[in-house]
Write a protein that binds this ligand. Structure first.
Ligand code: ZN
Length: 237
């Protein structure tokens, strides 16, 4: 790992951490598309799209109960902790994540924009309401109104919540340092959001185990374990 030329977090006023599956992978949570990704084992068309839910809500919930149990068994890692500590030290630090596991919050982060929703929220589409729910198995599966509750996550074929995307864009436009951690950069809007920061003149760092299709857009690239690299960036000069 070479971090000597990496920017120090302490030299910036508004840091945005943009995180993806690679960060949670260090906690043991399976990634989605890469090697060992869960969508190689499970067909998303059977378990993670609205069509599957409309066809058989109980089957989709059985699968999400398993995901909840797997995520609950994992703990935030040092990367999550560095980010949460930095947020406490430097208010104005924002976390934008593609992860649905809530590990940032469990590490103590408070301002977290969850682009893909949360595994720990449920939603009634009939009444357009969401609420936190941490039960395993999730019960009852039906809302008081009679409709099935669904996980409040962005499934395949779902649109992102426009208000959530707007908040993320706003944070990225205002930051002076963008640290992207563990995202492959290929899934919308992971490829687009960093450009917002770049267009506004922010310093940009990509932390990942390997190069991605968008690596060349970043000013700085750090290769290795996110926890180790972030710890080095947070250290005083
Ligand atoms: Zn309802």
């Amino acid at each position: 790992m070479k971090t000597s030329s990496l920017p120090r977090l302490g030299d910036f006023r508004r840091v945005v951490f943009f995180t993806g599956a690679g960060l949670s992978a260090e906690s043991g949570i399976p990634t989605y598309r890469g090697h060992g990704g869960i969508w190689k084992e499970y067909d998303y068309q059977e378990y993670a799209c609205q069509r599957a839910f409309d066809r058989d809500a109980n089957k989709v919930w059985d699968f999400h109960d398993k995901r909840r149990a797997a995520v609950r068994a994992c703990s935030p890692n040092d990367g999550h902790r560095v980010i949460a500590e930095w947020q406490r030290r430097a208010p104005g630090t924002v976390v934008v994540t593609q992860n649905i596991d809530r590990l940032h919050q469990r590490a103590g982060a408070y301002d977290v924009i969850e682009l893909h929703g949360s595994l720990w929220r449920v939603r009634c589409d009939r009444e357009k309401v969401t609420r936190p729910d941490e039960s395993i198995p999730m019960a009852p599966r039906k809302c008081a109104c009679g409709a099935f509750l669904r996980p409040d996550i962005v499934w395949f074929e779902d649109a992102l919540d426009p208000e959530t995307v707007r908040r993320a864009q706003d944070a990225l436009a205002k930051c002076d340092l963008l640290v992207t951690v563990g995202t492959s950069g290929v899934v919308y809007p992971a490829a687009e959001l960093p450009r917002v920061a770049m267009q506004h003149g922010a310093t940009t760092v990509e932390v990942n185990v390997e190069d991605t299709p968008v690596s060349r857009l970043y000013e700085h690239r750090a290769r290795g374990q996110a926890s180790e690299i972030l710890r080095a960036m947070a250290a005083a000069t």
